[in-house]
Structure formats: C-alpha cells, structure tokens
Design a protein around this ligand. Sequence first.
Ligand SMILES: [Zn+2]
Length: 303
Amino acid sequence: MTYQNVVNTARARLASILQQAGHHGAQRPGLAIALVLGTGLAIGTGAGIAGTAHLRAQVNQQQAQIEATRREAQREVNALAARLGELQAEANRLNALGERLTRIGQLQDGEFDFDKPVGVGGAGPVEDMPKAELGAGMTKLQRQFAASGEQLSVLESLLFNRQLDMNAVPSREPIANSYITSGFGGRADPFNGGRANHKGIDFEADVGDPVLAVADGVVSYSGVRSGYGNVVEVDHGNGYVTRYAHNSRLTHGVGALVRAGQEIAKAGSTGRSTGAHVHFEVWENGHVVNPRQFLNEKSPLKG
Ligand SMILES: [Zn+2]
C-alpha cells in the first residue's frame, strides 16, 4: 500500500463518517461533533502511523541500495588501486632495467634519471583508497611510464649504435669448439683432384651441431643451392652477407632476425660435400672475401 492509498482510504472513511454524523446531527449535534472529532483523531493517528512506517521502510530500502552501490563502487576503486600497485611495480622494474642498461653501457650523459624514486607499489591498499588519490596516482604513473619509455628509447639507440660495430661485422665463428679443415682460395678439388677456388673456409662439425650466426642480421636466403645443399644466408645490413652451407636442417626462414651467436641451422653434409662440415663464406658488397680476416683476434682459428 502506498502513502497515497493510505490517504485515499482515510479520506473515504472520513467522508462516510461525516455522512453518518450529518444524519444523526439533526437530532444530536453534540454527538455529531464528538463523532467527527473522535474519528478525525483516530484517522489522523492511524494514517500517521501507517504512513510513517511505510516511509521508513522505503527510506531504509533506499539506504540499503545506496550502501550496496557505494560498496560496489569502492570494490571497483580498490581493484583499480590494486592494478595501480602492479603498474607501479612495473615502473620500478623498468627503472631498474634502465639503470642496469645505463651501467652496462657506461653512459654518463647525465641524461638519465633512473635513480629517481617512483611511487610506492606492491601489496596494494589495505584501507579503502579515496578516488581522488587513485586518479592522481594514475596520472603520475602515466607520466613516469612516458618518461621511462623515452629514456629507454634513447638508451636503446645509443647501445644499439655502440653494439653495431661489434655485432654487425662477421667477427665470430660459425660453429663452437671447431677447427678449420680447409682454407680460403686455391686448393685441390676434393672431388676431381683439379685446381679449384674455395670461396669460403670449412669448419669441422658433426651432423646436428648448431651453426651460429657470426653477426646480427636478417636471414636473406634459406633453402637449397646447387652444390651448397641446404644453405642459409644472413644479410648484416652494412654490405656484408654471410653464407653457411651443407646443413642437415635449416631452422630460420627468410626475414628472420638473428643475433650474433644464435643458431641458424644444424650442420650436415648436404650438397657437394665429402662429410659433415660447415662451409662458411663472407661477401662484402657483392664480392666474396676471405672470412679469416673477420675472425675474432683472440680466436684460435685466426692463426
Ligand atoms: Zn667449403
């Protein structure tokens, strides 16, 4: 029953009582007045109690709803606060990484500010977090991420340029713990005994041994070439291309980015080969060159 219904019912009862009073009033006006007053008081009290109780129930219900909504909103805020904590931990990690890179790269530009403390992160809030604080935290974190991102980009390019000379020139061995079985240049052809120009150097290997990229680069060929068997070629982007032949298996397709020392094939004896080995060539601006000049100064293979 709504409050309006209560009022309407009370009015109807009052009207009928007034009618009765009018009927009796002709003879006994005093009784009529007493009836009206008494009834009015009864109606007023009755309607008042019923209406107040009803209103109170409504108010209680609304308060419960408001409280439930508030709790729900706070749960969401707390969840966001926990996420903020995670992001802050991530920011800390990034800063630590940047700091380490700066140290490794021995950069002393004063351009990097990785020591600057970032917000407290980790466990997340124990008490409810005010929304305003959450918003401020998010904004601060966003700025930190942007700053860290910029710093890391600059750092990366600096380190990349520094590493480029070291890693983009063929300066490593294409296979670990090996030795040269055949050098570069003129030699007796191992098949027909005639004179032949050996365009690379051969390294001793067992079938399945990892063949390693001698410098950073991108795989520019991966497949079979006449005489070479399964061959992989890496373009180092600075005029140098290296070729690794007679593999039993090729592990990287054209376009794959490879790092110095990374496995790019499994050694084997495919193509024109008398036994498992790695045939290694270095091309410089389209001309085949003696790979030996690029081998690491400290390498026993250099000798
Ligand atoms: Zn060879």
